[in-house]
Design a protein around this ligand. Structure first.
Ligand code: COA
Length: 154
């Protein structure tokens, strides 16, 4: 039987699952308060396989500019192409909402995320020194941008 991949908007009732996934996937996960704010301010998406939560992502929009604020795939589901499918969905939504480019920031040490973004079409355009808190001190952020095409040329 083939499994069914679906996307739906996140609701407050999803937050226990979202926070549990993030506590495994991130060294510095978002808090419940951040998510409660995000639910009212941004577009938060759930990705499910056979109705099981396997990942989620958050995008914000300012005029025609999108920002990918968060993306995560459950640790046990990583490396199967789900991250790319989630990113494709989020960028398709941003395009539908009229965005022409998307920015994001990531930890300089996050190689799997960097490769995922590059594979999709993001380019590195800058670095913010000591932007993120780290286990010891701080860590640089890399800034990436991708042009969005309405006809899915990505
Ligand atoms: C970054 C993240 C979202 C990527 O999700 P993912 O589902 O693992 O992404 P993909 O499966 O599409 O790609 C990951 C790797 O699996 C490989 N892959 C994809 N499909 C595959 C398949 N069917 N078989 C084997 N490998 C596969 C990809 O080539 C890629 O390899 P690479 O990292 O060596 O380039 C995930 O690692 C994550 O949640 N990390 C923690 C949170 C995080 O850091 N988020 C980003 C914040 S900026």
């Amino acid at each position: 039987m083939t499994s069914k991949l679906e996307f739906r908007l996140m609701q407050e009732a999803d937050l226990d699952s979202v926070l549990a996934l993030e506590s495994q996937a991130f060294s510095h996960p978002w808090t419940r308060k951040l998510y409660l704010d995000a639910l009212t301010s941004y577009e938060c998406w759930m990705m499910t396989v056979d109705h099981q939560h396997v990942g989620h992502g958050v995008i914000s929009q300012v005029l025609d500019e999108a920002h990918l604020l968060n993306i995560a795939v459950a640790v046990q589901e990583q490396g199967k192409g789900l991250g790319l499918q989630l990113l494709e969905h989020l960028m398709q939504r941003a395009t539908q909402r009229g965005c022409v480019e998307c920015f994001l920031e990531l930890r300089a040490s996050n190689q799997s995320a960097y490769r995922l973004y590059e594979r999709f079409g993001f380019n590195e355009i800058g670095r913010r020194r000591d932007y993120y808190p780290a286990a010891t001190g701080h860590e640089d952020a890399l800034v990436m941008v991708c042009t969005l095409f309405a006809d899915d040329e990505n």
